[in-house]
Design a protein around this ligand. Structure first.
Ligand SMILES: NC(=O)c1ccc[n+]([C@@H]2O[C@H](COP(=O)([O-])OP(=O)(O)OC[C@H]3O[C@@H](n4cnc5c(N)ncnc54)[C@H](OP(=O)(O)O)[C@@H]3O)[C@@H](O)[C@H]2O)c1
Length: 313
């Protein structure tokens, strides 16, 4: 990837896309193609074809998608499967037809079976039933991964796929209805502290275990893979260790400085009991994450404070 290569970062305003843009600009890449969903709706095949005809990007980071937490997936299953299938199908096909040399597709760790062996190797894909609360999104992501493999086999198109674990960081979605657990906890503890509440209620039992990776580490891994990886098999991207939701809530409480109690509402869904990725393959390439969870949460909370007016939704 030359420093003046034409690089399309689809979804550049999102948590992942904005981190990839920061990474590329820090590395001196100057010729970035950036379009918001208001400018180009990637569900619209004609608009995508026109964009690729005009701009002819050499490299594509496909970080555009409809993303959300358990509540959003449960409430809008049709939107999650349709929008993600349309966006990824239009971009992968147009990139191939307009001479893009390499595309990185971003899936998610929820593509793996609900009761997969932990940590989850890439080889456990399609070996068991998915977690029902987000299967619509997961099936779309599996289709994207398979589409990349098919275009590589039939056309020799260099599509690679990365499967990140749960991500967090600046630019995340802090909306309590649609966000993931970590940004929701930051907002809940912050607002409880501001109101002087005596307790915070956390969804579920607190026992599920989750792995978290800072979006800047993820962006670093994506640029590394675009430069050094070219194969059909997907690559897991994670921190390599997990925490319980209770441990996570305690870290966020400390970082925010909330003095009150923690209470768990077991009537709310827990989701998958454990979701830890096997990152042996990525580590074998020499890539390592750098941002520790507490340090990353503290930096995200500082960003949240500075950007209080813009919860994005
Ligand atoms: N967040 C996580 O924990 C996580 C974990 C694993 C994998 N991932 C994967 O990482 C990728 C990015 O996720 P994220 O967390 O960065 O999501 P995000 O913050 O919600 O950002 C999604 C981006 O996609 C763009 N987008 C959505 N629909 C679009 C459309 N129809 N046309 C054009 N652009 C559209 C949005 O553009 P606008 O802002 O312009 O509307 C937004 O910038 C996704 O593929 C997701 O599956 C995320």
């Amino acid at each position: 990837m030359n420093k003046d290569a034409r690089i399309f970062v689809a979804g550049h305003r999102g948590l992942v896309g904005s981190a990839i843009v920061r990474r590329l600009q820090a590395d001196g890449y100057t010729n970035l193609l950036l379009r918001s969903s208001a400018e180009v709706d990637l569900r619209d095949q004609r608009a995508v074809t026109q964009l690729f005809e005009q701009e002819r990007p050499e490299f594509v980071f496909l970080a555009a998608a409809k993303v959300g937490g358990i509540h959003a997936n449960n409430t809008y299953p049709a939107d999650f499967i349709r929008d993600n299938l349309q966006v990824q199908t239009n971009v992968i096909d147009s990139a191939y037809r307009h001479g893009t040399s390499k595309l990185l597709f971003l899936g998610s760790s929820c593509i793996y079976p609900k009761l997969a062996p932990q940590p989850m190797p890439e080889s456990c894909l399609l070996t068991g039933a998915l977690e029902p609360t987000n299967e619509w999104y997961a099936v779309a992501k599996i289709a994207g991964l398979k589409m990349g493999q098919a275009y590589r086999r039939q056309y020799g198109f260099d599509v690679i796929s990365a499967m990140p674990t749960n991500l967090y960081g600046p630019g995340d979605n802090f909306d309590l209805q649609n966000s993931h657990v970590l940004p929701a906890l930051i907002r809940k503890f912050h607002e409880a502290k501001a109101r002087g509440d005596t307790e915070v209620i956390v969804w579920g039992t607190g026992t599920p275990r989750r792995e978290f990776l800072h979006c800047d580490d993820l962006a670093d891994a994506c640029v590394f893979l675009m430069q050094h990886y070219s194969a059909e098999d997907p690559v897991n991207i994670g921190w390599g260790a997990d925490v319980s939701i209770q441990e996570l809530a305690n870290i966020v409480r400390d970082v925010v400085g909330f003095q009150g109690q923690l209470r768990f509402d077991a009537s709310k869904p827990d989701g998958t009991p454990r979701k830890l990725l096997d990152t042996t393959k990525l580590q074998a390439t020499g890539w390592q994450p750098r941002i520790e969870l507490r340090e990353g949460i503290a930096a995200t909370y500082r960003w949240f404070i500075e950007h209080q007016i813009d919860y994005r939704h």
